[in-house]
Design a protein around this ligand. Structure first.
Ligand code: ASP
Length: 436
């Protein structure tokens, strides 16, 4: 049995947390390779080390003194060493980083040091080998992952050691320089190691016990999701229920390795398991509900639209012209609407409407602002009649006006557009309809 265990920033934010992590690792012999993030926040207003490293880089770049910021970083690591009573000369490594300080220091190199130092510390504390990610994760010249080389080196280096700690978040370019993934990328490191070593399970330890059926800031004490499929997760996390980095899913999904989201602060909780197939035994038709506010819907009506070849193409080319992606495009016989995230729209709405009027010549064009989208997701929905009537019934009872409905062809989600002001009420009413 082989488990790859990745620990996030809050799990390794201070000595106290690292002790918990060590206990978790020692509890199970199968936890042979451990991937770590940089120290995260100890409390709400605290700083993540990675954020401080980026800040430090900005100071160096613009010739502003960076000493104070780097001091905060040094202090954090030193207090960890002290708390763990470790015989590790961390100063040597900190000095090494400082010795490369100059205006042109690589941002990726500096940002990666948070993980690098944390892995050195945990390896020392556990008595495990330290394997540097720059020797096992490789990128191509164009920035994509060099899968062949990464697979080869992960196998070669890790098979030589029985137990190791590996820093997440980075690898190296063909020129041997450090390159990071996007933020939160330690999840990807763990996923790649799991895939290439054919792990039985990829454990992702964080500060929550997996996914909940709804956002606990909106629904009081929502139920936990014990089992979720990759596809369901993709739908929910797209809508805001984020625990894992999106790109971490692909490698393990491809290799059919389950991901187990676990809570370092509550290791007895079995967390959420993400698999390809739905497990039997869970009878509820929906798996989760997620949503986001602040969308705009542009609705067009044109008599005989359905006979006009290329109408939608014209419409979409206008969005392309303004570099705008859209979320949904529900359509009727003579109507079509496009749903756009306000973030992409900023300041471009009037120009787009003007272009649409000229180029598509609709009979009517309506703009609905302040729209929220809610995704009700569940693999079982496809085989369970009556789910949508229950959703719409629940919203109707609350007097919530539905602006848009869309169901993907896979039938694993129903997307509902409502007004922003009804968002919290709508999520609660759907949640309680299925959890009476
Ligand atoms: N430390 C990095 C970040 O905060 C990567 C990670 O934690 O996964 O983005």
């Amino acid at each position: 049995m082989l488990k790859i265990s990745k620990f996030g920033g809050t799990s390794l934010s201070e000595g106290k947390q690292i002790k918990k992590v060590a206990q978790i690792i020692k509890m199970d012999n199968a936890r042979k390779y451990v991937v770590v993030s940089a120290p995260g926040k100890r409390w709400n207003e605290d700083n993540k080390i990675t954020d401080l490293l980026y800040l430090c880089h900005a100071h160096l770049k613009y010739n502003v003194p960076s000493g104070e910021i780097f001091n905060m970083i040094e202090e954090r690591y030193k207090s960890i060493i002290e708390e763990l009573n470790l015989d590790l000369n961390i100063q040597r490594y900190l000095d090494e980083i400082k010795s490369s300080f100059n205006k042109n220091i690589s941002i990726d190199y500096l940002a990666s040091r948070g993980e690098y130092l944390n892995a050195l510390i945990l390896a020392e504390y556990l008595g495990y080998d330290f394997i540097d990610s720059k020797d096992i994760i490789f990128f191509n010249m164009n920035g994509t992952l060099d899968e062949e080389k990464t697979e080869r080196l992960i196998k070669e280096k890790l098979n030589k050691t029985d137990r190791a700690v590996i820093p997440g978040f980075y690898g190296s370019t063909p020129l041997g320089e450090v390159k990071t993934f996007t933020r939160g990328g330690s999840d990807i490191t763990g996923a790649l190691i799991s895939r290439y070593l054919k792990a039985d399970i990829y454990e992702n330890w964080t500060d929550v016990s997996g996914f909940m059926m709804a956002d606990p800031r909106i629904v009081k004490n929502p139920k936990k999701i014990r089992n979720i499929t990759y596809q369901e997760l993709r739908e929910l996390s797209y809508m805001g229920a984020k625990v894992l980095h999106d790109e971490a899913i692909y490698p393990v999904r491809k290799a059919n390795i389950p991901i187990n989201i676990r809570n370092t602060n509550n290791p007895d909780d079995i967390g959420t398991i993400i698999t390809n197939e739905k497990k039997n035994g869970e009878n509820i038709a929906i798996t989760g509900i997620a949503g986001r506010k602040e969308f705009t819907v542009i609705g067009l009506q044109k008599f005989y639209m359905n006979n006009e070849v290329g109408f939608v193409k014209k419409l979409l080319s206008i969005l392309e012209m303004y570099d705008i992606t859209f979320e949904h495009i529900p359509s009727g016989i003579d109507t079509v609407s496009i749903v756009i995230d306000d973030e992409f729209l900023n300041g471009k709405l009037e120009k787009i409407i003007d272009k649409i009027e000229k180029s598509c010549e609709p009979d009517r064009i309506d703009v609905f602002k302040n729209i929220a989208l809610i995704a009700v997701v569940g693999q079982r929905m496809a085989y369970t009649p009556g789910v949508s009537s229950r959703i719409f019934g629940a919203l109707g009872k609350e007097g919530i006006n539905i602006r848009m409905i869309d169901q993907g062809s896979s039938e694993i989600n129903i997307i509902i557009g409502i007004e922003d002001k009804d968002f919290e009420k709508a999520i609660n009413s759907i949640y309680y309809e299925f959890n009476k």
